[in-house]
Design a protein around this ligand. Structure first.
Ligand code: KG4
Length: 340
């Protein structure tokens, strides 16, 4: 009888401790323990606290996932874990859990790139079609990734400074909104108007982006208005900032689609939950029957281990494994995917 292919995924790169199990290409468990409420008190993720909470939660989450999937550790074919990018201490907890299980049960390890996970999360909706453009927009990264085939990643444009999610979070903080700021800005922008004049971040012909200048412009404007005892219209500021931030992405995606032959555009990462980005990217290609747009389900826009197990499943088929000497890489570039 053919043995089942069972991939255990472990994700711990930031503030979610997650374990998922894919059995013969079906997602049979997807357990996530979010630390967001703890970090909210500090207005952002506290790395030391994140590591400690991963340590407390990982065994509980693993146990729950195994029970949900009705799978025993002895039956696991491979363990896919997030090797990077992410917070070093947080990544180490996932790695050590993966290594411990690998050693005890003699299971192969598969290192997975966190952003590859976010891209492949789209496969819970539909299989990717190549060549494909992945628009990776998260709290730590903003990049356009060209994929000519499975597991092939070429960065064709990226932020020169801050990530888009980081700028949403910093702008939200100066407006007195809770962490994660993107969610609050998205909500308030729906009721606001674009009344504040903000700079267009980067004027060049490349596919690169920049968010530091836009973020600083908002912060300076807010401080100036405060000094003048003028009230800030938070809804209008949210709308003005979001318009500029998202239009940057749309402009680069448009250019990329004109310069590269692509059949599909997929969104990936935390900011892909943004409702304005979702509608603008859909509008951009609505009359283009050559390019399909895939938008991930909201549950895939936040960190989870299902997406890690999904990439792990492809790497398992390709025979890509690591030995027990593998370490984490907090700034692993998606292009260096094959080097570990
Ligand atoms: O992918 P993710 O968890 O971060 C990294 O792993 O780096 O994404 C978190 C980011 C935060 O910056 C958060 O503010 C942003 O995604 N975000 C949003 C929305 N929901 C989450 N940004 C804009 N609009 C949203 N609806």
């Amino acid at each position: 009888m053919k043995k089942d292919k069972i991939i255990l995924g472990i994700e711990s790169s930031c503030d979610e401790t997650a374990v998922a199990i894919i059995k013969n290409d079906e997602l049979v468990a997807n357990v996530i323990s979010s630390q967001i409420e703890v970090h909210q008190k500090y207005g952002g993720v506290m790395p030391e606290i994140a590591s400690r909470l991963h340590l407390e939660n990982i065994a509980v989450v693993l146990d729950e996932a195994l029970k949900k999937a009705n799978v025993k550790l002895e039956d696991i074919s491979a363990i896919a874990f997030t090797r990077g990018p992410g917070l070093i201490g947080a990544l180490h907890v996932g790695l050590q859990a993966a290594k411990t299980l690998a050693l005890i049960y003699n299971i192969p390890l598969i290192p997975v790139h966190h952003l590859a996970g976010h891209i492949y999360a789209n496969e819970f909706i539909e299989n990717l079609t190549f060549p494909c453009l992945a628009v990776v927009v998260s709290g730590g990264n903003t990049e356009l990734v060209y994929m000519k085939e499975h597991l092939s990643f070429e960065i064709i444009g990226e932020t020169k400074d801050d990530a888009i999610g980081e700028s949403f979070d910093k702008v939200a903080r100066v407006l007195g909104l809770p962490y994660p700021g993107g969610v609050a800005i998205d909500k308030l922008a729906k009721e606001g108007e674009h009344t504040y004049k903000l700079p267009i971040p980067l004027h060049d012909d490349s596919l690169n982006l920049s968010y530091s200048g836009l973020k600083t412009a908002v912060i300076n404007l807010v401080h100036k208005e405060e000094q003048l005892h003028h009230e800030i219209n938070i809804k209008n500021m949210a709308k003005s900032f979001q318009d500029v931030a998202i239009k940057e992405i749309i402009d680069r995606v448009k250019k990329a689609s004109e310069r590269y032959m692509i059949k599909e555009v997929v969104l990936a990462g935390g900011v892909s939950a943004n409702s304005y980005l979702r509608s603008e990217i859909t509008n951009l290609f609505k009359d283009n029957d050559q390019i399909k747009v895939i938008i991930p389900p909201i549950w895939c826009t936040t960190d989870n281990a299902a997406m890690i197990a999904k990439v792990g499943s492809y790497l398992y088929d390709k025979g890509v494994f690591a030995d027990l000497s593998i370490g984490v890489d907090p700034s692993w570039k998606i292009e260096d995917y094959a080097s570990f």
